[in-house]
Design a protein around this ligand. Structure first.
Ligand SMILES: [Zn+2]
Length: 55
């Protein structure tokens, strides 16, 4: 009885792109491009420095 060659283990597929990072539309001009402004009903605001601007 011939031994069957063990099948190569399936490698986990690399997901293309990966999880999409949340990209805020606007960034805080005070804190820099790393800090996004939170979107509110009628304005954007920065949670770090308190900066906000009207929509
Ligand atoms: Zn800020």
């Amino acid at each position: 009885m011939a031994e069957e060659k063990k099948k190569e283990e399936a490698k986990p597929k690399k997901k293309k792109g990966g999880p999409k990072a949340y990209k805020p539309r606007k960034f805080c001009p005070k804190c820099g491009p790393g800090v996004g402004l939170a979107e509110h009903k009628d304005r954007y605001s920065c949670g770090k420095c308190g900066y906000f601007e009207k929509k």
